[in-house]
Write a protein that binds this ligand. Structure first.
Ligand SMILES: Nc1ncnc2c1ncn2[C@@H]1O[C@H](COP(=O)(O)OP(=O)(O)OP(=O)(O)O)[C@@H](O)[C@H]1O
Ligand SMILES: [Mg+2]
Length: 170
């Protein structure tokens, strides 16, 4: 599969950009014909949501326009996604703590990514990036089995008809 890439900018004050960004990343990969199972779609949506939310909540700068840039690049087996924001402050990965309500976003990104990182941009601001695995495309036989399994799970369970002990042959 050839490497593919796209990038776009959004105004971070616009409503709904988190949902748009996460759906656009998944849609872009599908449009490029990468295979995505449900778990991978959910993981990508979650990680993009956390990074874009952070860029909106923590990434603004009083000195620069509220612009966020999102880049997505994919090739066989992995996808790299970056979110650029204008604030010079860097994200801080906090230790996982079940008690705390905030500070979990980057813990999730850390768990779901093969690797992630942050780099300062030459003209101010920074890029926060993540590298995630893409699953291999299943063979037609594996896809057929998965379809059968899904159909089976969608079927209502058979009515329980009870059981009686078998009469013993004498
Ligand atoms: N894009 C960013 N720019 C500046 N600081 C950031 C950025 N992203 C994260 N941070 C800093 O890193 C901390 C940890 O981020 P994290 O996403 O884990 O938690 P949170 O955003 O505070 O809460 P949560 O994501 O659980 O709602 C943030 O509190 C913030 O101080
Ligand atoms: Mg966060």
């Amino acid at each position: 599969m050839t490497a593919r890439g796209a990038r776009w900018t959004v105004d971070s004050t616009t409503k709904g950009i988190v949902v748009t960004a996460r759906d656009r990343c998944v849609a872009q990969l599908l449009a490029w014909s990468f295979w995505l199972d449900e778990d991978t779609r959910d993981t990508i949506r979650l990680v993009v949501s956390e990074l874009v939310t952070n860029a909106i909540v923590h990434g603004r700068s009083p000195r620069r326009p509220p612009t966020i840039e999102i880049g997505i690049f994919a090739h066989q087996g992995e996808v790299y996604i970056e979110v650029l924001d204008p604030n010079d402050a860097l994200p801080v990965l906090r230790a996982a703590d079940g008690e705390r309500e905030r500070g979990r976003g980057l813990v999730l990104v850390d768990c779901m990514s093969v690797q992630w990182g942050v780099e300062r941009l030459p003209h101010g601001g920074k890029r926060v990036w993540t590298l995630m695995k893409l699953p291999p495309r299943p063979s037609p036989r594996e896809r057929h089995r998965a379809r059968l399994r899904a159909q089976l799970h969608a079927t209502a369970p058979l009515k329980h008809i009870g059981s009686r002990p078998l009469a013993m042959a004498t």
